[in-house]
Every structure is written in structure tokens, then in C-alpha cells.
Design a binder for this molecule. Structure first.
Ligand code: AMP
Ligand code: MG
Length: 397
């Protein structure tokens, strides 16, 4: 009888994510100017420093008037108002609008005292040197009220939010020139395999280009990480050890290849025999052989070498742990059946078409074209196949 291994095996996807999260350092904060904050994650809630709009203003080009003076206006019987001045963005009218009067006003210009409504320029015609005819009543709905969007002191952005382009624009509108963001995680990246060749070099039969270094690097950047590229190491315990030792200063090392059951899968051997293992194998397909361990205090996550498998494990386990955000899923109608596996969650590649998702067809993890042709990973829970017409959860690629 063989003894049970001294670490968990065949863990769930959720547990795998939790094990990795537990090995990552706590996220400290740093302050960066807005121009460097794109893609970063907010470390603190962000209050508005000012109100928006900063004054009550017009939403349109037209005239500002008292609604009550204009209620009877129609195209056949327009209302006549006397124009007493102009309010434009950056140069307010300082007087007061009284009965029978109005002020020409432009989008974003402060509403003059006394006025409470706007009539758009399309509904106006000039009537003599100082008169204007309104074919429609002026409307209070076209007034934007001070603080109607947000008020000074109100929290508008939240800790943990990723700074997308719209959120960055909002941060500027709130009055911030810099933001407190989480320090980026430093992720060292290593491909392994005697057959793996850097693109640009000649390829002999039996070899394969190193697509993982390229794909994973890009995915790490998308996940907001700093990447320490270690290139690629051959299948030898010494070479792997030397490469791992070069990952000093990283928060975590991500490797690909060498974690399955094969004789030359030394990455697994190294962690199992000389390192510390948090788990080996996840109840998922593709990507089942993934391993998490540590080497001299450095957390090491070993992805399977197959580019499709490594992509799936990255999306489902690594990215959520690195970003602290669970995968974003979308519910779509299945257009084809999706097979379930008895004891694993399946992540089948799917093609999205008009609100439905269909099976990409070739689900072998060696089919590299699926990296480009598939739009989504269709999540099929253990033992729960989907039929056409069923709703399925998908992760967008
Ligand atoms: P392994 O996980 O090392 O057993 O590798 C599984 C499969 O993935 C094999 O067909 C490898 O040739 C392939 N593979 C491993 N590493 C890479 C890589 N960096 N780029 C592309 N294919 C790889
Ligand atoms: Mg290998």
C-alpha cells in the first residue's frame, strides 16, 4: 500500500484559488499620479473633493427664463421675452432674470438668478434687437442642479475597483491629481521543456514554439501585475533550480510545463521532493495537473505546459487570486450540447453568436487555434451537462 501524499490532491477550483490567495503577500498601497493609474486597483475609497456640477447650469444652448412666463408658448402663439444678457461657460451673467426677461445661455453655463428653466435654441427665433420668441415652454428638466451628479465629500469610487478609462476620468472630475492604489504584484514567469523554442529561432520536428511565455506575460499585464520574465528552462532539476533562484524579489513564480505524471516532469518533482506543496491537481479540465507549492519561501504556481490548459488555469484560478476578483461570468443560452464530466468542472471553449454560445468543436487542449477562435470558456459543473436552450455561465476570453 502506498502512503497518502502529505498534501491535498484533486482540489476544487475554488479551493485552488483560495490556496493561492493565501500565499500572496498583503497588498500595500502607493500613491501614483493619474497618468500612471490606468489599470491599477484602488487601495482606498475615493471621495469627491468638489461637487458636480459645481454650480446650477444649463444642459443646452438656448435661453434661461422663468418657466411660469413661458407656459402658454406654442408654435402658433409663441411667447416673447426680452433678452437682458448672456451666460456662457466660464463667464456667468451676474444680474437677475425678472418677469418677461431671459438670458442667452450655453451648455455648462451657470443658470442666472431668477431663472428656473431652459428653452433650447431650436425652439427660438429672434424678434427685433432685444427680443426672442419661444415656440415651446422653457423646461426645468434642462437645468442641471449643483451637486446633482455628486456632492463634495461623497464617496464615488471604492477600494478594490480596477481603474478603467471611465473611472480614471471620473477620478479627475472628483478633483484628484493622484490616487492611492495597490502595489502591483511582481510575478516571475518561466517556461519549461526541452522541446520549447523561442519564437524567431528555427524549429525542428518535435519542437514547439514558446507560446506560454508570450501569452502568460500579456495576461499578467492585463491582470495589473509587474512581470519578471525568466525565459525558458530545459527539463533538468538543476536548470529548474537555477531558474527559480533567479526569481528573487518576485512575489510569486508562475511556471508552465513539467507538472504532470511524466518522467521528465521535474517541476512537480522539485516541489514535491524538495519544496513544500499546497496542492497538486485540480478537479477541472483542461488544466487538471496544476500544482501550487513553495521554494525557499517563494510561492510557485505550476501551470500545465499545454497553452490551452495554461490559459484556462490562468483565467479560472491564477487571475482571480492575483486580482482579488472572482472571474466575471456571463449567462448565455447554449446553442449546442455541452458535455459534463463526472468528477471535474469542464471549461469548454465556446463561440458566441447572437446571444447564444456554441461548442467550438475541437476541445483537445493541444488545439492552439482555439486560443484565437474561441470567445469564451463555457463552465459545465461536475455531472451537469447542458442541452441546447439551457442557460450556461461563460467566462469571456
Ligand atoms: P508538459 O506540461 O510539460 O507535459 O507539456 C504539455 C504539452 O505542452 C506538450 O505538448 C508541450 O510541448 C507543450 N508545451 C509545454 N510548454 C510549452 C510552451 N511554453 N509553449 C508551447 N507549448 C508548450
Ligand atoms: Mg514538459
Amino acid at each position: 500500500m502506498t502512503a497518502a501524499p502529505p498534501f491535498p490532491m484533486h482540489v476544487s477550483v475554488t479551493d485552488a484559488r483560495a490556496y493561492l490567495t493565501a500565499l500572496l503577500p498583503p497588498r500595500t498601497a502607493e500613491t501614483v499620479p493619474l497618468a500612471q493609474a490606468y489599470g491599477r486597483t484602488l487601495a482606498h475609497d475615493v471621495p469627491a473633493l468638489v461637487s458636480h456640477p459645481s454650480a446650477t447650469e444649463s444642459a443646452l444652448d438656448g435661453i434661461a427664463a422663468r418657466e411660469a412666463d413661458t407656459l402658454a408658448a406654442t408654435p402658433d402663439a409663441p411667447a416673447r421675452l426680452r433678452v437682458i444678457g448672456e451666460s456662457r461657460a466660464g463667464a456667468a451673467f451676474t444680474g437677475t432674470v425678472r418677469a418677461g426677461e431671459c438670458v442667452r445661455i450655453y451648455t455648462g453655463a451657470p443658470l442666472p438668478a431668477g431663472a428656473d428653466a431652459i428653452c433650447p435654441v431650436e425652439q427660438l427665433s429672434d424678434d427685433g434687437p432685444d427680443g426672442v420668441l419661444l415656440r415651446r415652454a422653457a423646461s426645468p428638466a434642462d437645468v442641471r442642479h449643483e451637486g446633482g451628479d455628486f456632492r463634495a465629500g461623497e464617496v464615488v469610487l471604492y477600494a478594490g475597483q480596477r481603474l478603467t478609462a471611465p473611472r480614471l476620468a471620473l477620478a479627475a472630475a472628483l478633483g484628484h491629481a493622484e490616487l492611492s492604489v495597490q502595489r502591483r504584484l511582481r510575478v516571475a514567469l518561466l517556461s519549461t521543456g526541452d522541446e520549447v523554442v523561442t519564437p524567431g529561432q528555427p524549429l525542428t520536428p518535435g519542437q514547439v514554439y514558446d507560446s506560454n511565455s508570450v501569452g502568460l506575460h500579456a495576461m499578467l499585464l492585463e491582470a495589473g501585475c509587474e512581470v519578471l520574465p525568466l525565459g525558458h528552462a530545459p527539463d533538468s532539476p538543476q536548470a529548474l533550480q537555477a531558474a527559480i533562484d533567479a526569481a528573487g524579489g518576485a512575489d510569486v513564480l508562475l511556471t508552465s510545463g513539467g507538472v504532470s505524471m511524466g518522467k521528465y516532469d521535474f517541476m512537480r518533482d522539485l516541489l514535491v521532493e524538495q519544496g513544500r506543496v499546497s496542492f497538486w491537481k485540480v478537479r477541472m479540465r483542461p488544466g487538471g495537473p496544476a500544482i501550487l507549492g513553495g521554494w525557499n519561501g517563494l510561492p510557485v504556481f505550476g501551470l500545465p505546459g499545454n497553452p490551452v490548459s495554461s490559459l484556462v488555469v490562468f483565467h479560472v484560478i491564477v487571475r482571480p487570486a492575483l486580482t482579488g476578483q472572482p472571474p466575471q461570468t456571463l449567462r448565455l443560452r447554449a446553442a449546442t450540447p455541452f458535455r459534463a464530466l463526472p468528477d471535474k468542472t469542464a471549461f469548454w471553449r465556446g463561440v458566441i453568436d447572437g446571444g447564444t454560445v456554441r461548442d467550438y468543436g475541437q476541445q483537445g487542449s493541444g488545439i492552439l487555434r482555439s486560443l484565437s477562435d474561441a470567445d469564451a470558456l463555457v463552465i459545465v459543473p461536475e455531472g451537469q451537462p447542458a442541452q441546447p436552450g439551457d442557460d450556461v455561465d461563460v467566462i469571456l476570453l
